[in-house]
Ligand binder design. Structure first.
Ligand SMILES: *Cc1c(COP(=O)(O)O)cnc(C)c1O
Length: 341
């Protein structure tokens, strides 16, 4: 076994098949023992619940090689519990958190040759997911489910530095009040694709989704939460029941308060106050933070003072601190890093 001979800095962000993935089945009212398999394909009945009524939830996290050569994951316990919450909302049997953590360790270990080296900027993306595998034709929860974890190496999110994004305020809604916006389910992405393609066709990088009830407050984009830095250098982030609770965002809030001494406020953020902020960023596992330079609201440009050339200075500090914690160059809070090998 030896590290794969890949040009890590240039592997991009696509799916690449690795050797092993983890599978566990739920039937007869319980989760069976899991196992590793080399078969990357899934076979299900034509009437499986996932195919007919989209009963599926997923997670996304990464494994990193630290400076001292260990392979670690970042706060995977939060992915485990979030996936249990998502499953319950979709009437699926939660996969136990402890088994979730062990499954990830097993898959990452088995595919250790695919974990990009320290300093390459690349990481191993981990995708746990579960879906209804037994036939359902009358609308109801399925009887059987499958939990799987695969991994795929991904390149540095920002090649040649982080270019600030231009977003547009979408006319489409992402999440209904009292709906499923707060759970990580494929269905939230299926319905956002049209809004995404439309935004791209109009020359924008991403959508800003507003609260559907009043279209007054900022929620999030299709796959990342917002953070704003005000003119005093403090962090403000939208509060809403229909935002997906990003682990990156929760971590950045902690870092801002406890490492950088910033004031952190979680509150509803009005669209018409965005022009008062100094910096804006999108946060999620994939990019950690993507800087936003401009938001276009139906012909009106909201330009952040940090500009279109680089990340704002406070955003950069947050980014450097959190990625330093993930890569082992800055001491992590207790329990944030899980050493796999
Ligand atoms: C996964 C996801 C995020 C980011 O969450 P992280 O835990 O930070 O990766 C944000 N918004 C949506 C809609 C998501 O699905």
């Amino acid at each position: 076994m030896a590290k794969k001979d890949l040009d890590w800095a240039n592997i991009g962000f696509g799916y690449r098949t690795t050797e092993f993935r983890y599978v566990a089945n739920y039937k007869d009212g319980q989760w069976q023992d899991g196992f590793l398999t080399e078969d990357a394909n899934v076979t299900v009945n034509e009437c499986a619940g996932i195919l007919q009524y989209c009963q599926e939830v997923f997670e996304g996290l990464k494994a990193y090689t630290t400076k001292d050569g260990h392979i670690v994951t970042f706060r995977p316990d939060l992915n485990a519990t979030r996936m249990m919450d998502s499953a319950l909302r979709l009437e699926m049997p939660p996969f136990p958190a402890e088994r979730f953590l062990e499954a990830i360790d097993e898959v990452v270990k088995a595919n250790a040759d695919w974990v990009p080296p320290y300093g390459s900027g690349a990481t191993l993306y981990i995708r746990p997911y579960m879906f209804a595998s037994s036939p359902v034709i009358g609308v109801k929860p399925a009887q059987e489910y499958q939990f799987r974890v695969f991994v795929t190496p991904v390149g540095p999110y920002f090649k040649g530095g982080a270019k600030p994004l231009t977003l547009c305020v979408s006319d489409f809604d992402r999440a209904a009040p009292n709906g499923t916006g707060h759970v990580k389910a494929g269905l939230n992405y299926a319905m956002s694709l049209h809004a995404n393609v439309t935004a791209h066709a109009n020359g924008y990088d991403e959508n800003v989704f507003l609260d559907p009830a009043t279209r007054t407050y900022v929620e999030e984009t299709g796959g990342a939460n917002f953070i704003f830095i005000d003119k005093e250098g403090n962090l403000v982030t939208p509060k809403s029941e229909s935002i997906l609770p990003s682990i990156t965002r929760r971590s950045l809030l902690y870092v801002a308060e406890h490492y950088l001494g910033m004031k952190v406020t979680e509150r509803p953020v009005r669209l018409d106050e965005l022009e008062n902020f100094a910096e804006c960023g999108l946060c999620g596992t994939a990019a950690v933070i993507s800087p936003v330079g401009k938001i276009v609201d139906h012909g009106k440009d909201i330009c952040f003072p940090s500009g279109m050339d680089a990340m704002g200075p406070v955003t950069q500090k947050l980014y450097d601190t959190l990625t330093g914690i993930q890569m082992g160059t800055i001491e992590a809070p207790e329990g944030w890093i899980r050493k796999i090998m």
